[in-house]
Ligand binder design. Structure first.
Ligand SMILES: *Cc1c(COP(=O)(O)O)cnc(C)c1O
Length: 367
């Protein structure tokens, strides 16, 4: 098979082991003689896989009692609406750190008042706003921990006077998280924990069912209400309707790799930080390029860079040069331009070193 260095921003590369075991399960799931895509989701082997997948989430993130882990369809974009549906009575506060955060806030406006407490759109979202005040009369404060398009990240779990809700689509499972600081953590799987087609929702159960005086969508439609999917009866969790078994299975295998091969999130974070530093060091050293995100807010997942001043005309040439060497998915989002290399969990140190060598060779060719 052709060697490609995959730096796409999502869907992400997956661990080889996860892909291989999925191929086997597609042929024959759990020695049933039936393939994964053809089994009933009420098969005992599947119920066990669901339970194991939830347990992997619990183990890796140290999720305490009282929180439930749900796997739903519809992508993170559908959760932008599910979040206010389940949590917004009157007013919500949003931190606008990118286009995904803005889209999340837009859905919340359907349900009530939205207070954008800070916004970094003035500088193309190249930094995380600081020194804002979280209104204590809001029902919750919503953040996007990793801004996939702009390469900025909130790399710590903040103290928040009200319920804290986070879209962690693109940095979940890249580092340990103190789940107890959050009312809800959600995202799409395809940036770091699996293929597209499934989302994750970690939610503190006692905070559900508190929509009282809202006019819109009250009572909640069945599928929108997180309580539907957080059933008391274990085997029905996330099984109210047919779950997306294929992406959940790949997620199961991917998380098993994080746990058993990598050794958990402390190790994952160490590896990711090292990979990230190798690339940022080169971006900062190389006279052909410059980074676009504020240094202290730089993401360890998505690395955005453009041609250095005076070198802008070489952009297309570098793109072709990198492509020639097997680099895939390094074109920056159109709103930022330039390049973006995403170093998700399954991207190896060797992949990063290949990109760095490519950047160095390009510089030499133009000295
Ligand atoms: C990709 C992404 C989304 C959107 O995910 P979909 O599953 O495609 O709807 C939302 N938030 C963040 C931070 C993302 O990176």
């Amino acid at each position: 098979m052709k060697k490609a260095y995959n730096f796409n921003a999502g869907p992400c590369p997956l661990p080889k082991e996860a892909v291989e075991s999925t191929i086997n399960a597609i042929r024959d799931f759990d020695n049933t003689g039936i393939g994964l895509m053809e089994i009933s989701h009420r098969t005992p082997g599947w119920e066990r896989t669901m339970e194991e997948t939830r347990q992997l989430w619990r183990d890796l993130l140290n999720i305490p009692e009282g929180y439930e882990v749900l796997f739903l369809g519809g992508g993170a974009s559908t959760l932008f609406l599910d979040i206010p549906a389940n949590f917004l009575n009157k007013k919500a506060a949003y931190l606008q750190t990118g286009v995904w955060a803005k889209k999340a806030g837009k859905e919340a406006k359907l349900f009530g008042e939205v207070d954008i407490v800070a916004n970094s759109e003035d500088k193309t979202y190249s930094y995380i706003p600081k020194n804002y005040t979280i209104p204590t009369d809001a029902d919750y404060f919503h953040i996007t921990t990793n801004n996939t398009i702009y390469g900025t990240e909130i790399k710590y779990d903040m103290d928040c006077p009200i319920k804290l809700i986070a879209d962690m689509s693109s940095d979940i499972m890249s580092r340990p998280v103190d789940v107890t600081k959050y009312a809800c953590i959600y995202g799409g799987a395809q940036k770091n924990v699996g293929p597209a087609g499934v989302t994750f929702v970690i939610v503190k159960k006692e905070l559900l069912g508190q929509i009282t005086d809202r006019q819109y969508m009250n009572p909640l439609p069945t599928m929108v209400d997180f309580r539907t999917h957080a059933a008391e009866e274990k085997k029905n969790i996330s099984m109210f309707n047919t779950p997306p078994v294929l992406p959940i299975f790949v997620m199961h295998e991917t998380l098993k790799w994080v746990k058993d091969t990598i050794g958990g999130l402390e190790n994952m974070n160490k590896i990711n930080t090292e990979k990230s530093k190798i690339l940022y060091d080169e971006i900062d050293r190389n006279s052909m390029f410059r980074g676009t995100a504020e240094k202290e807010d730089r993401s360890i997942m998505n690395h955005c860079f453009v041609m250095a001043e005076g070198r802008e005309a070489l952009q297309d040439e570098f793109m072709a040069f990198a492509k020639e060497r097997g680099m895939v998915g390094i074109k920056g989002h159109r709103s930022v331009g330039g390049f973006r290399a995403s170093l998700y969990n399954a991207v190896t140190k060797e992949d990063v070193e290949a990109l760095v060598a490519c950047m160095q060779d390009f510089e030499k060719a133009h000295k």
